[in-house]
Write a protein that binds this ligand. Sequence first.
Ligand SMILES: Cc1cc2nc3c(=O)[nH]c(=O)nc-3n(C[C@H](O)[C@H](O)[C@H](O)COP(=O)(O)OP(=O)(O)OC[C@H]3O[C@@H](n4cnc5c(N)ncnc54)[C@H](O)[C@@H]3O)c2cc1C
Length: 456
Amino acid sequence: MHNESSDGRSYIGKRAIVIGAGVSGLAAARAVADHFEEVVVLERDELPSGATTRPGVPQGTQAHGLLGGAVKGLRELFPGFDQDLVEAGAVLVNPGFELLLEFPGFGPFPLRKWNWFIYSLTRPLVELTMRRRMEQQPNISLRGGSRVLEIVGTPDGVRVTGVRCQTAEGPEAIPADLVIDASKHGSLTWSFLKSTGHPLPDETTIGVDIRYATALCELRHGALGEFKANVTFPKAPESMNAGYLLPVENNCYQLLLIGRADDIPPTDGAAFLEYARKLDTPTIYNAIKGARQLGEVARYGFPESKWRHFGLLDRFPRGLLPTGDAICCLNPVYGQGITTAVLEANAMRRLLNVNARKADPLAMLGSHFLTEVEALLEDPWAMSAIPDFVYPETRGKRPKDLDDSLQFQNALIHLTTRDADLVELLAEVRHLLKPMSVLNEPDILRRVEAEMTAKQ
Ligand SMILES: Cc1cc2nc3c(=O)[nH]c(=O)nc-3n(C[C@H](O)[C@H](O)[C@H](O)COP(=O)(O)OP(=O)(O)OC[C@H]3O[C@@H](n4cnc5c(N)ncnc54)[C@H](O)[C@@H]3O)c2cc1C
């Protein structure tokens, strides 16, 4: 199953197709590029030459930040990518002392310089910076205006053999050894499984009805004092509104205000700024007084976190890999979606590096990858989806140990207000730089338990 190509290199397959040129599609294309003669990324949108929003990624209008784990993972895929981000205009924020994180009822937290950063930029600029790297990779081609209509395979569904797509020139069938579904909705994978009699994965959903609204603005000088960025969480469960004020390229800020259910942020400029008064602390409201709003307020509704458990299926078609939001969509409030997608791409790359030495490298790739992703998603799901159950309105199956884990979290956050090392450790866990298991270290458990007892 190894192909000798015209360039004298040995590949495990002739062509890999990636459906979707979003973040996970671009990361996955790079992850597999060393092992296929060519990688073709098919994107239904025409791809813009600049950092502009596009219809296929409607969440691109909303504030996005790249967590520490995303940048680390992107650097593994594209060495020097952090430098590319800075050259593109991303603002470096040291979360240790330049980000004011407000958790009403907790804090303030000790400030200290850390040796890692958040990269703050608009979502279209993240994609543009990744696309520029793709252009330097001779065996990857990005094809905008190519909507995939169907994943095709052998009649028994055991093996995927390519896709059928629609372009301006008409329909086209493209054969492939590997098809990666990075379409976010994942409906093509779903249809393929269904039409070929494969079992469908269980889905876990947590209904939240989050209402996002973002506007770009220019702040007056020093509006945030000594800080570069602010994130204000609600005092849950009493209140539900969160706010983000994040610096982005071109000396602008993204103001993101979040409501839930019927509490929808207004799109009228003045009313939108006034909505910031609903936050539990006045920092953002005070900072945006006198700000100049640039452009419209854009809204986005996020109904539910969703995890499709492909990794628990007994069998999966050969040559098919879903990835990114097509597997798991997390409540975006914690900003872990891109990091998760990038961690998946790195897992794909590692598995391919190992499998490339085997006689049939693609034989078990799908099930190995999806099993690994199932484990990888446990931490982000625990941090970005489960905490929503603090609100009684949240829909879904509440974990049995919910009260204990919420109490543990609260005690831990209280502890961090007196311990600068613990603040950083907790941030490394939230940024997916370290696993949650580091918080099970005996000394931490002992101190958290003492804190919980003291609060009773
Ligand atoms: C409001 C909001 C804010 C967020 N903020 C953050 C944040 O701050 N930090 C963070 O890390 N994450 C954030 N996320 C999560 C992040 O946006 C997603 O996790 C991430 O974009 C997933 O990438 P993806 O490639 O799977 O999907 P997408 O980025 O949505 O890309 C899917 C692509 O597939 C294309 N496509 C779909 N169907 C087809 C087809 N049939 N043929 C060809 N192409 C197709 C689409 O056009 C699109 O380009 C946020 C999400 C939301 C909703």
